[in-house]
Design a protein around this ligand. Structure first.
Ligand code: FA5
Length: 328
């Protein structure tokens, strides 16, 4: 006959295997349910002699209590391990959800832009934020008295009493620097921060990012400029986006155009562009009889604003988390 000890041992072994509530309920039914040993024995009690009945009844009650106690303990243990789950460090990692940070929307657009240009074979070139007057202006066909210098309000740095060093006003200063150090053909983009001494408003901030593009080779054309810009703008904003050129003036490109972009039915100014002025190619040591090139420079914040529907560029660089959190 089954002893009480055997039953308790079997019960403990079953409870060790029971890893969830459903399994514990099955164990309970096995040991306390209608078909269990206890229930069977309790049903036999009325047929026993009074003394035996009292003794057997007492033993069965003790056993029943032990079983109930063991099951209750097992359930409590299970619940507490669910509240404080033991970490299995061999499992693959999980992606953190909010609020663990994410990429800034302007950086995200910059990364996308690098990727699209890289896929077209452009190299991404690094540059410095402090530039000399020569590369920022003179080499780009803007001598000291040239009125075009007023197109960009400049912060100057006093250098030995002279104002010939400045926080660059645009990334175009890299055009002649790069030409001097490299032989055509080449196609590059130069992303970076630029600075202008101007009042801020919804579309203007004093420190912003530009992406300069420079392509020089034999037979480089205006049509290639437009095709490249359309491809990249559509890569960032989607196939429904469009671009247009408006005649413009920059001393370092001829002809020069303003680049506008249409997105969700609205035209917005994105940057300037044009065919590189032969004077600039010459300043960079490149033969303008043999080579032609195009250049463009657009505002990274402007395209981020277009993409994310921002009506105030200033929001982008304010430390306001409620604003940034919408771009998870
Ligand atoms: C230039 O800076 C030229 N260097 C662009 C260029 C490059 C023309 C190569 C030809 C060949 P502009 O000053 O228009 O141009 O600035 C270009 C773009 O920078 C603007 O269209 C705009 O998108 C962005 N931008 C200009 N000023 C600000 C500002 N204060 N805040 C935010 N974005 C600005």
């Amino acid at each position: 006959m089954t002893s009480q000890n055997d039953i308790i041992k079997a019960l403990e072994a079953d409870l060790v295997q029971a890893s969830n509530e459903h399994a514990i309920a099955q164990v309970k039914s096995k040991y306390l349910g209608n078909n269990s040993f206890i229930s069977e024995q309790l049903r036999l009690l009325p047929g026993l002699a009074p003394e035996e009945k009292a003794q057997k009844g007492k033993e069965l009650n003790i056993l029943k209590n032990q079983i109930e106690h063991a099951i209750t303990e097992a359930r409590e243990q299970l619940l507490s391990s669910q509240q404080f789950p033991i970490k299995d460090i061999s499992l693959p990692g999980q992606r953190f959800k909010q609020p663990y940070g994410h990429m800034h929307p302007a950086s995200r657009v910059l990364q996308e832009t690098y990727k699209i240009f890289s896929d077209l074979g452009f190299a991404v070139v690094d540059s410095g934020e402090i530039e000399t007057d020569w590369y920022n202006f003179e080499a780009l066909n803007m001598p000291e008295t040239h009125p075009a210098r007023e197109m960009q309000d400049t912060f100057y740095i006093k250098n030995n009493g002279k104002l010939d060093v400045l926080p660059r006003t645009h990334t175009s200063g890299m055009q002649v620097r790069f030409m001097e150090a490299n032989k055509p053909p080449f196609k590059i983009i130069v992303p970076g921060r630029v600075f202008r001494n101007e009042d801020e408003d919804v579309t203007h901030i004093w420190a912003f990012h530009q992406i300069e593009g420079l392509v020089v080779g034999e037979g480089v054309s205006m049509a290639q400029l437009k095709g490249t810009l359309l491809h990249v703008v559509q890569g960032i904003l989607g196939p429904e986006a469009d671009i247009r050129f408006r005649p413009s003036y920059f001393p370092y490109t001829e002809p020069s155009v303003e680049l506008d972009c249409r997105y969700k039915g609205q035209w917005l100014e994105l940057g300037g562009a044009g065919m590189i002025n032969p004077v600039v190619l010459q300043n960079g040591g490149i033969d303008p009889e043999k080579y032609t090139g195009f250049a463009f420079g657009w505002g990274a914040e402007r395209i981020a604003a277009i993409k994310y529907g921002l009506d105030d560029l200033r929001e982008l660089w304010r430390p306001r988390f409620e604003f940034l959190e919408q771009f998870v």
